[in-house]
Design a protein around this ligand. Structure first.
Ligand SMILES: [Zn+2]
Length: 346
């Protein structure tokens, strides 16, 4: 994420914070400073008043961090790669690559966070103000995350339970609908009572829509392999093709990227972005990207889409061995999904 920086590493995972957190931290310190007990320290004398306010504000982030680390810990036990943990305004996100679709694993990963928060909430029982408040906040964190709606943990827990009976795609749809209905009620209630609740409702509604969309596309594409959507015998260039000729190809065929082939092997890709700043007589070998991601005809279409999204690229050469056999673009895949969606509904 932009404007994020690393603060530490836990279990080999980078923990990053967004700069906006500094502002939130100051606001939290202020809130604890001016609030009356039990939610603030206005009754204390300085310097204890400011110290307690600061410690409490930091420990709120600590609670969120422990929650996310718990998700990550269970995910890693299942061999899932956790790339980083981001802490920002509303809490944290553990960036997990390819969440497992097995209900049992999804359930275990999703419930680990709320369980950790619930366990910490028992600190409420300690009759020492900092602990009581820390425990209380963990309880709120646990309950909030157990709301059965995406993107909250509760939404994933609900889906994993429903998956056993309805399958992954249908379970996602049902969970998303539960989340939407909940969000609408929360939103209406919030508009009259508490604007924060309305904002959270909006956040939940969008989460439900996003999750449903992603899973629907995945479901639609499930049966398709790259061989079904790729363009065969694609136009390619060689390392000694001139940039001017590449631009000519782009204007003629309206494709924005071409594989670079040498002795039958794909060695790079040249895209509109590469040619923009080059001179017409420059050679492709000087401007092409050599760091290429390729797929094979057997790669699942959804997997290719995931790769393109993750690496932010628009097209992938398709190879067999090292030989170029096709090319597939993001729009090839999204068009296929659109057509399948219409056919399914019609
Ligand atoms: Zn969580």
């Amino acid at each position: 994420m932009a404007y994020s920086f690393r603060i530490c590493r836990i279990l080999g995972i980078d923990v990053k914070v967004h700069v906006s957190l500094a502002v939130i931290l100051v606001i939290l310190i202020y809130v604890f400073y001016v609030n009356d007990p039990p939610f603030g320290f206005s009754d204390l004398k300085n310097p204890m008043r400011i110290i307690y306010s600061f410690v409490m504000a930091v420990s709120i982030f600590l609670a969120v961090l422990i929650h996310e680390v718990s998700h990550s810990f269970v995910a890693m036990r299942f061999g899932v790669v956790v790339r980083e943990i981001d802490l920002f305004i509303f809490g944290g996100v553990a960036v997990i690559e390819k969440l497992p679709k097995e209900p049992k694993k999804e359930f275990a990963i999703a419930i680990a966070g709320p369980l950790a928060s619930l366990a910490l909430s028992t600190l409420m029982l300690i009759p020492y103000r900092l602990f009581t408040l820390f425990g209380y906040f963990n309880l709120v964190l646990a309950i909030f995350n157990l709301i059965p709606a995406f993107p909250m943990d509760g939404g994933r827990i609900l889906r994993s339970v429903l998956s056993k009976y309805y399958g992954y795609v249908k379970a996602t749809k049902i969970s998303a609908n539960v989340g939407k209905v909940l969000a609408i009620f929360m939103g209406i209630f919030g508009l009259f009572r508490n604007i924060w609740l309305a904002l959270i409702a909006l956040f939940i509604y969008m989460g439900a829509v996003e999750e449903e969309k992603a899973v629907t596309i995945e479901g639609l594409l499930a049966k398709y392999k790259i061989a079904d959507v790729m363009t065969q015998n694609p136009i390619f260039v060689t390392p000694d093709t001139k940039v001017g000729d590449v631009i000519g190809l782009m204007l003629k065929h309206k494709h924005l990227g071409y594989p670079v082939v040498e002795d039958g092997k794909v060695i790079g890709i040249v895209t509109l972005k590469d040619v923009i700043n080059a001179k017409e007589e420059d050679l492709v070998s000087n401007i092409m990207s050599r760091d290429i991601v390729v797929v094979t005809p057997d790669t699942e279409v959804f997997e290719a889409l995931r790769l393109m999204t993750e690496k932010r690229i628009g097209r992938l050469p398709v190879v067999e061995g090292e030989k170029l056999v096709g090319i597939v673009s993001r729009s090839d895949i999204t068009k296929l999904a659109e057509i399948l969606d219409i056919l399914q509904k019609g």
